[in-house]
Design a protein around this ligand. Structure first.
Ligand SMILES: [Zn+2]
Length: 226
């Protein structure tokens, strides 16, 4: 860290206002506009479990409800396109702090981040789910593994696709390690859940290795379909 960054305070990622604690990422005003899931926990959990639609998924946690053109979108955009590993790490920690008391100690063996194709990771310099998972792992004290699942093809972007197209686009994308056979319960970490197609596909590849595994989903944002 240079002397310059030590002297100059950080800026809110959404409105550029100066903030004293860069781990907060956004200023007080912007933070108050984020739709945190605090009062929607049960609903959001239910929505994610339904979206993924597999009996192995027993729990789900999200930091906020994703609003297009909201502060949430600025955060995710920064995380995805502005090479901000730190944003992911801080948001992952934030999610961890929020749900810490809901996760029973020792109930999850391992965190696994949704992989990106190695070429994409190379382009971006990092994988955003991995940086979120690092923050979460630190807060929840659950080890993180980044080599338990691989993405074998680099599907096109899901952004413009409808639900069926998304499912088709991610079909047979992931290969899971045999190491899942030794685990009872894992947490899957991703940035935003929209149709649930990617996580559904990833869960299926894991179940192929271990039919009795239990899965909890951790995401920063969930897109509400109402
Ligand atoms: Zn702000």
């Amino acid at each position: 860290m240079s002397a310059f960054t030590l002297v100059f305070p950080s800026q809110c990622v959404s409105c550029d206002l100066e903030i004293s604690d860069k781990a907060k990422l956004v200023c007080f005003g912007c933070a108050s506009r984020i739709k945190w899931t605090t009062h929607l926990d049960k609903e959001v959990q239910h929505q994610i479990i339904q979206l993924v639609g597999l009996p192995c998924v027993l729990g789900a946690h999200s930091l906020f409800v994703f609003a297009k053109e909201g502060v949430e979108q600025t955060l995710i955009h920064r995380l995805k396109y502005q090479h901000s590993k730190q944003t992911g790490f801080f948001l992952g920690k934030r999610l961890g702090q929020k749900i810490k008391n809901k996760i029973q100690e020792g109930s999850i063996d391992l965190l696994v981040s949704v992989p990106s194709h190695h070429r994409k990771k190379y382009d971006r310099g990092y994988n955003q789910s991995e940086s979120i998972a690092k923050g979460l792992s630190e807060e929840l004290n659950i080890p993180l593994s980044i080599d338990f699942v691989f993405k074998t093809k680099n599907g096109s972007s899901q952004t413009q696709l409808n639900k069926d197209e998304r499912a088709q686009n991610v079909k047979n994308t992931f290969v899971a390690s045999r190491k899942f056979r030794n685990l009872n319960s894992i947490g899957l970490v991703d940035d935003v859940i929209t149709s649930g197609a990617t996580i559904n596909e990833l869960c299926k590849s894991i179940i192929e290795m271990n039919r009795s595994i239990r899965i909890t989903i951790f995401v920063l944002g969930v897109v509400r379909h109402d």
